[in-house]
Design a protein around this ligand. Structure first.
Ligand code: PAF
Length: 282
């Protein structure tokens, strides 16, 4: 596995592969790998002749009061994992090489980016889209892989790629979970033992909504109310950011679960802000 650090090096290597008729898959990451990242990488490896994994904690997607400095990092361990998952290139750029001091161009999908997580993280998806498009352009990847835990992110990236005619296929993978249901996240490391003990309730609340829908409930407000009641009892350390039932592609709020809808939430638990989601099938 090659470790490349400048955008030019990455672009030259990928152009060489593409000129030789090879295909490239890209897995964009911010590191601190868990089993979910490994699944994205192994899937990426199966999609193309060459796998590029990027590891870049992207400052543009963190707000001023967020955890950019504290975001967990372990590049030595991550390098070993990316190699074991079959990456041909691990791209680890410096911020200054990705963003010129006078960087002034942003990619935004405002109608989708202002919903759900965008309510409390207004510049987040603009930062994500901008760095992801840079990585698409540099790698000329034929396919890129994203996780469904970040459902809103993958929906927005798909829309961006479609709107801008980026010739890339976006593939998604199911959320990787602990045995008790907690979605794997690099930020789980922030949880204290007491918070960790309550954290699976996030998943269990969403699962309760799915159970209600399976039994015929179609009213999103009643689903929300039941989940919030449950969390008030069993997730007292949590502070709700949002819980919404939306169309899985447009992210517009739905007023009836007549077709598959997405229940999506964000909950602050101590220092961690955890997100999760579940497709509700009527
Ligand atoms: O999901 C992430 O880790 C990041 O948002 C991504 C896609 C790597 C962009 O920085």
């Amino acid at each position: 596995m090659q470790i490349l650090v400048t955008p030019q090096e990455l672009n030259e290597q990928c152009r060489e592969w593409k000129a030789a008729g090879r295909t490239v898959a890209l897995v964009p990451t911010m590191g601190y790998y868990h089993a979910g990242h490994e699944d994205l990488m192994r899937h990426g490896k199966s999609l193309a002749d060459h796998l590029v994994v990027s590891l870049f904690v992207n400052p543009a997607q963190f707000g001023p009061a967020e955890d950019f400095e504290a975001y967990p990092r372990n590049s030595e361990r991550d390098t070993a994992i990316a190699g074991a998952c079959g990456a041909d290139v691990l791209f680890m750029p410096q911020s200054g090489d990705m963003y010129a001091p006078d960087h002034g161009t942003w990619v935004d999908v405002p109608a989708m980016a202002q919903k759900l997580c965008g309510q409390s993280r207004p510049a987040f998806f603009r930062g994500v889209c901008t760095v992801v498009l840079k990585l698409f352009l540099l790698s000329q990847a034929d396919a890129a892989v994203f996780g469904n835990k970040d459902w809103q992110q993958q929906a927005i990236v798909k829309r961006m790629a479609r709107d801008l005619n980026v010739p890339i296929r976006i593939e998604t993978r199911p959320t990787a979970r602990e045995d008790d249901g907690l979605a794997l996240s690099s930020r789980n490391v922030y949880l204290t033992p007491a918070e960790r003990a309550q954290a699976p309730e996030i998943y269990l609340g969403l699962k309760q909504a799915q159970d209600m829908v399976s039994r015929g409930e179609k009213d999103p407000e009643l689903l929300r109310a039941a989940v919030l009641r449950r969390w008030a009892e069993r997730l007292p350390l949590g502070r709700l950011d949002y819980l919404s039932v939306v169309h899985p592609e447009t992210l517009e709020t739905v007023n009836c679960v007549a077709a598959p809808a997405l229940a999506a939430c964000a909950v602050h638990l101590g220092k961690a802000r955890l997100i999760d989601n579940m497709l509700l099938y009527p």
